[in-house]
Design a binder for this molecule. Sequence first.
Ligand code: AHM
Ligand code: MG
Length: 338
Amino acid sequence: MNRIVTLDEFIIQKQKDFAYASGELTGLLRDIGVAAKIVNREVNKAGLVNILGEDGSANATGDTVQKLDMYANEKLIDCLKNSGECCGIASEENESFIPIPSVESKNAKYVVVFDPLDGSSNIDVNVSVGTIFGIYRRISDVSGPCEMKDFLQKGTELVAAGYVIYGTSTILVYTTGRGVNGFTLDPTIGEFCLSHKDIKIPNRGQYYSVNQGYYLKFDVEMRRYIDYCSDLNLRLRYIGSMVSDIHRTLFQGGIFLYPNTRKYPQGKLRLLYECNPLAFVVEQAGGKAITTQLNRILDIEPSDLHERQTIVIGSPDMIDEMKEFVERYSVPAYTKAT
Ligand code: AHM
Ligand code: MG
């Protein structure tokens, strides 16, 4: 029988891959694992307690906040604050970043960005939701508090990123830039155990994933591409919970698109909390992630904590094909300008 490898053991084993590793990143990843277990416990019993539903407030980008979102947000912030391994946090649910005083953070050199509970509109109806996280090395001086520039780094600067999906089972998937591994929570022992080693995304898949209800609001080249997917008899799968849609895409191949619409002219999904961490994971698994303007997601210089972007992410051959469609059908820039 194969010996079980827990998340903690795996993370510690991997620490030796990094020259001069001080154990801070190791500690941080372990703390995120602990927070994920706490959030998982609440997500699982959400139907039993009066925690479901909206809490009546709106988050920094104007969306209605669900109670469980706030719970997950608080737990992640608490775990990270207490860990002493990070000097600042930026969350999709908070307007500005949260500096952690150096007494608590021991002059830590990392900042963490996260979406505590992505896909929250699905919470009330028992559909999978997830937590997305990214870790950057701070660029401001360690002797002072963290600064905005520590968070506004390109995705290429991510040191680690991943997600937790609270689904039929709870799975944590992460990368530190050396491949992608997945860990399934074994509820009987309360540990994440290595279950998906060195995940590789298929070059193509049978699924395309887009909110086709917005079809008429997409640009012509996107509509052409979606028609093409349908002509190929690809199967449409759209959960409306990005973590779940990306998780399927990672294992079964396919393409996920969230283009600009009239309501969201820059795209809906947040660069820092959703697009970058998931793009890092997918690229590390051999996939690609670009905007509908064909720029690599990880190369975008963020200008705002809550910046939104369009995204097309998934199997490499399918992304290349989508690119060709955009190049062929988009209205040339000079025509648009006149
Ligand atoms: P959230 O972070 O407020 O939950 O919003 C992000 C979610 C994604 O998980 C999902 O892909 C998308 O919003 C669904 O949006 P839409 O309902 O417009 O298709
Ligand atoms: Mg989200």
